[in-house]
Design a protein around this ligand. Structure first.
Ligand code: PLP
Length: 459
């Protein structure tokens, strides 16, 4: 057969293929060197830069995976590696890397059955995202007052429980840890789910056990300023297969993650319309390194704070923040409550003059999304549309729900949040730095307060 006849004959009938190869060669969709020149500006370590270079270089000539943790034939994507390290670090069976701490909370709440007509108890001090994620889940947040640890007061939870309550969402505040043992006891007594918000205290522990591993689900933020700080990312951990699958349903668009994605649901509520909260490969390349560093970072912070606290004397007019577990404290802030605002203002001025950076919000502080009464999109109960759920939801109304929010609901938080003096600490302080800071705090407190060996101890 002549070449021309073979070319004309259909490939189906044994003729030559019209397109046997493609000559055109593209360039990686993301230029490696251009990308690295941006990444290098962020001051990442050599190890992190190497991971980023590897992730970007794995881009092929235009057909993906485009830094997505999806349809990849790599033996282990960066996200899968990050999730493996999270499982190993926290000793949990399941871990899901997501786009943010808020996404982690939203997916965890939905997984735990938070939905229309239900309520979740959240702390009066923490961050807006926890309460907001309850609202995203079409449920109603109920604020619970704190104690002198600034975390949810286990003794006040029961008074906030209603027939609509399905979950507790304690927040571990600013490097400190909640009293998880007491919180879990209340939760188990009332058959409530527990979703821990560990965004501010990744690596904190109570009695040697990492926060995030007490409750049904642990949620973390990996935004730039956190202990495990990448760019924008989040993490969910759990030991419960069903909760893991349902959280994946939210993160992976509602079942796309399943080995057989079009199979019928294996159990009621397995399939529902989730969204896309998948972590990107680039974020995961950074977060793998950051998460591996976490124990070292926490140990350095802990050593600094403990070294300072051990040297502080006790004063009648000063109440140190209660530490639910001094050994499990991360310690990037040192906090205490002066008896009055006037005294607090004097101490803050004097400490700053000594070179010890600190602040107190005071009685006329600007609105702040870390305290419940300033979380306006929640407290005003306004949705994106006029009839927005969850407050207007017939299920919520039928079940007797009728919440309102105002300052005064949580008096301890109202008082302590304004009266708290916070001293920021740095993990890289030397022993000498710690000694100087401790000496400076003792000097200032001695000048304005009454030293008393029987006053509340620092740890
Ligand atoms: C306690 C708490 N929860 C949730 C979040 C939300 O995390 P992200 O900013 O990653 O969405 C934050 C962020 O600061 C936080 O502090």
């Amino acid at each position: 057969m002549s070449d021309t006849r073979a070319q004309q004959r259909l490939a189906l009938q044994g003729g030559l293929k019209a397109v046997s190869s493609i000559e055109g060669k593209g360039e990686p969709k993301i230029g490696v060197e251009e990308f690295m020149s941006v990444a290098e500006r962020f001051g990442f370590s050599e190890g992190t830069l190497a991971k980023i270079r590897q992730a970007v270089s794995e881009e092929d000539m235009g057909s993906g995976p485009f830094l997505a943790n999806y349809y990849s034939d790599l033996p282990e994507t960066k996200v899968q590696g990050f999730e493996r390290i999270a499982r190993e670090t926290f000793g949990r069976k399941y871990a899901i890397g997501v786009t943010s701490g808020t996404a982690a909370l939203h997916a965890a709440f939905v997984a735990a059955g938070v939905g229309p007509g239900t309520e979740v108890i959240v702390p009066a001090i923490g961050f807006f995202a926890t309460a907001a994620a309850v609202v995203h889940s079409k449920a109603v947040p109920v604020f619970c007052d704190v104690d002198e640890s600034l975390a949810m007061d286990p003794a006040k939870i029961e008074s906030r429980i209603t027939p609509r309550t399905v979950a507790l969402a304690p927040t571990h505040v600013m490097g400190s840890v909640c009293d998880m043992e007491s919180i879990m006891a209340v939760a188990r007594k009332h058959n409530l789910r527990v979703i821990e918000d560990c965004a501010q205290s990744c690596g904190g522990r109570q009695k040697g056990r990492y926060v995030g591993t007490f409750g049904d689900l642990g949620c973390f933020s990996i935004s730039a300023y956190k202990i495990v700080g990448g760019g924008e990312g989040g993490l969910i951990i759990t030991d419960d297969e069903r909760l893991y699958e349902r959280a994946q349903g939210m993160v992976e668009c509602g079942g796309l993650w399943r080995p057989d994605r079009f199979a019928p649901p294996r159990y009621p509520r397995e399939l529902f319309c989730g969204t896309n909260y998948r972590m990107s490969e680039l974020e995961a390349a950074i977060d793998q390194v950051q998460l591996r560093r976490m124990p070292g970072t926490v140990a350095r912070f802990h050593k600094v704070k403990t070294s300072i606290l051990r040297q502080l004397r006790t004063f009648r007019e000063i109440t140190p923040q209660k530490l639910n577990d001094p050994d499990g404290e991360i310690g990037y802030t040192l906090r205490f409550f002066p008896e009055t605002f006037e005294l607090g203002a004097q101490i803050v001025e004097a400490l700053n003059a000594e070179g010890i950076g600190c602040g107190m919000r005071g009685p006329n502080g600007a609105p702040d999304w870390h305290v419940y009464h300033d979380m306006f999109p929640v407290t005003t109960k306004t949705g994106a549309t006029e009839d927005d759920c969850p407050y207007q939801c017939p299920l919520y109304l039928q079940r007797g729900g009728n919440i309102s929010y105002q300052r005064g609901d949580c008096p301890v938080a109202d008082d302590l949040f304004d009266r708290c003096i916070s001293v920021g600490l740095n993990q890289w302080y030397t022993e000498n730095d710690c000694n100087n800071i401790a000496a400076g705090i003792n000097k200032v407190l001695s000048a304005f307060c009454t030293e008393d060996p029987n006053a509340t101890r620092w740890m």
